[in-house]
Design a protein around this ligand. Structure first.
Ligand code: UDP
Length: 259
């Protein structure tokens, strides 16, 4: 058997050539990074959980008419996706103040925002993903104004849908990051949702306890990160029967830390 060709390796995923032209295989690793890869580690089982969680969310978004790169899950760690030209802009949607917004603007973490904020960051590790305005995106040709309009419209729809989906399972969607890509159909380019949606790129807080169920557990050395990801998967109904120990684990973890 010939070894399949690796197209790209990122911090949390590897992309391989897909079985047909225009497709890729997205492999989810357990590796975790934070603070522009200054902090590195692994979260055991994260890749498997993110593959399932992202499949679930992309499939649900497709049912409301959001076009995505997701085709189907292949196995525990891999999914078949459409090849896209990634738009080098990270789109961050915020409902509640946290992270860099709280830090930069001095707004207390947990403050409900009076309206949803969309921010853009230029995807460039060497520059530390700087925040940019629409003007920069247009000026440097990273995406056209029309593409940015489609992106903002999709981001708002994704946010509204995901806020409801998570609220129904007792989770507050504080903020999250999306990436989009361009696909060519005949001579026309269309923008679709790409990358992944998982606790790696979302802030998810338990609605009652405010417990963090996302990568902040890793960023802030809170521990229990694998259990938190499992808990998200469990509430989404993605854990097989009989694997419902995550809540207990997170509780006992908190008790051990005296919180
Ligand atoms: N985010 C991400 N990748 C990045 C930067 C941010 O997935 O490179 C996500 C992050 O998980 C959070 C949201 O985008 O859900 C907003 O992140 P923020 O700007 O507050 O930055 P951070 O505090 O994570 O550095």
């Amino acid at each position: 058997m010939t070894r399949r060709r690796q197209i790209y390796e990122g911090k949390a995923k590897i992309l391989y050539e897909g079985p047909e032209p225009g497709t890729l295989i997205q492999y989810f690793k357990d590796d975790a990074t934070a603070f522009n890869a200054q902090k590195r580690g692994t979260i055991s089982g994260k890749g498997v959980l993110n593959n399932r969680i992202s499949e679930h969310l992309f499939t649900a978004l497709q049912t409301i008419g959001i076009p995505t790169h997701f085709i189907r899950r292949l196995n525990m760690r891999e999914q078949l996706i459409r090849q896209v030209e990634i738009i080098p802009v990270e789109v961050v949607i915020r409902n509640v103040a946290a992270g860099s917004l709280s830090k930069r603007l001095g707004i207390e973490e947990g403050t409900q925002l009076p309206r949803t904020i969309i921010e853009y960051y230029y995807k460039d590790d060497a520059l530390g993903d700087p925040m940019v305005a629409d003007e920069h995106i247009a000026c440097f040709g990273w995406a056209s104004q029309e593409e940015m309009n489609d992106i903002a419209d999709m981001a708002i729809r994704v946010n509204d849908f995901m806020c409801g989906l998570f609220a129904a399972i007792g989770i507050r969607l504080v903020d999250f990051k999306l990436e989009f890509g361009r696909v060519w159909e005949n001579d026309f380019a269309r923008v679709i949702l790409a990358d992944e949606i998982s606790p790696d790129g979302c802030r998810l807080w338990d609605m009652k306890s405010n417990e963090k169920l996302d990568k902040d557990r890793f960023r802030q050395d809170l521990g229990g990160e694998a259990e938190a990801y499992q808990e998200v998967a469990r509430r989404l109904g993605l854990m097989p029967e009989g694997e419902e120990t995550a809540v207990l684990d997170l509780d006992s973890h908190r008790k051990k830390r005296g919180k």
